[in-house]
Design a binder for this molecule. Structure first.
Ligand code: HEC
Length: 252
């Protein structure tokens, strides 16, 4: 028994100590690098959460403002709505979810829409080309307020689906487009006391096309509008810049 088995008790050699140390250092460095990478990657979801939070706050604020528009300060003494179109349009452009909330809150419970008057004479179907051009003008100039469905956003923007003015004498909507319209006006049981601003960036052809499109979409059945009809109204109203009022046009 002169020689012990060389298991546990044998001292480490300096070379081995050095390689152990190297291993420990390497492990520590790896840990630091991994930790650093982990933390910097974790920042991204944090930023995303913050952005969501900010968006949520903004949405809540918009909803609050929107509710104010359609409730107390937004109402006239007689209970009709007075809504700054610009602000309402800005809200809509900003956020569809807010709009959905406003619609739910407003719940106008409209009466049955008045029946459209029978068009005089036979119905003339517009050409596919004119409908296509009209749809493009609609998407550019009316859609934000009167919506893709034509049903508007009661109680902020009235429907132009199966409403009498839309399929009636085209002189009226031509005037609204050229100079704008100020309420009060009752559409589908809801009274709007607001303003449709004059529509910018449309020529006579665009106006004829968009009104033809509107008069033959959304359940409407009105005859096409010609460029000559638009020209005549533009000439007759030349120099006028003030919006038309419903009172002056005999509308209610
Ligand atoms: C900025 C929003 C806005 C835009 C854009 C707009 N409208 Fe209007 N429109 C309104 C408002 C608001 C009223 C009601 C005005 C009032 O209170 O007197 C209205 C009223 C009308 C009416 C009469 C009421 C009815 O519902 O029948 C017609 C027709 C109409 N708009 C057609 C159009 C057409 C066509 C376009 C595009 C060329 C257009 N509007 C673009 C906001 C808008």
């Amino acid at each position: 028994m002169s020689e012990h088995p060389s298991s546990g008790g044998r001292p480490l050699l300096p070379g081995q100590i050095a390689s152990w140390l190297r291993l420990v250092c390497f492990a520590a460095a790896a840990l630091i690098v991994t930790g650093y990478v982990y933390l910097s990657v974790r920042k991204a979801p944090n930023a995303e959460a913050e952005r969501r939070q900010a968006q949520k706050a903004l949405r809540a604020d918009n909803a609050k403002k929107g509710l104010a528009l359609i409730t107390e300060p937004g109402r006239n003494a007689d209970g009709t709505y007075r809504i700054p179109v610009k602000e309402a349009a800005a809200l809509i452009a900003a956020d569809n979810k807010v709009v959905a909330k406003l619609q739910a809150a407003a719940a106008p419970a409209p009466a049955a829409a008045p029946a459209a008057p029978a068009a005089a004479g036979a119905f003339v179907k517009a050409s596919d080309e004119q409908m296509k051009r009209g749809a493009a003008v609609y998407a550019r100039t009316c859609i934000a307020c009167h919506q893709p469905t034509g049903k508007g956003l009661p109680p902020v923007f009235p429907s132009i689906s199966e409403t009498p003015i839309v399929v009636g004498n085209p002189e009226l909507p031509i005037k609204f487009i050229l100079q704008g319209l100020m309420g009060p006006i009752t559409v589908g049981g809801t009274t709007y006391n607001s303003m449709m601003p004059p529509v910018a960036g449309v020529n006579d052809q665009d106006i004829a096309d968009v009104l033809t499109y509107v008069r033959q979409s959304f359940g409407n059945k009105g005859n096409p509008v010609s460029v000559d009809q638009v020209k005549a109204v533009r000439a007759a109203t030349a120099g006028r810049t003030a919006p038309w009022t419903t009172a002056e046009l005999g509308l209610k």
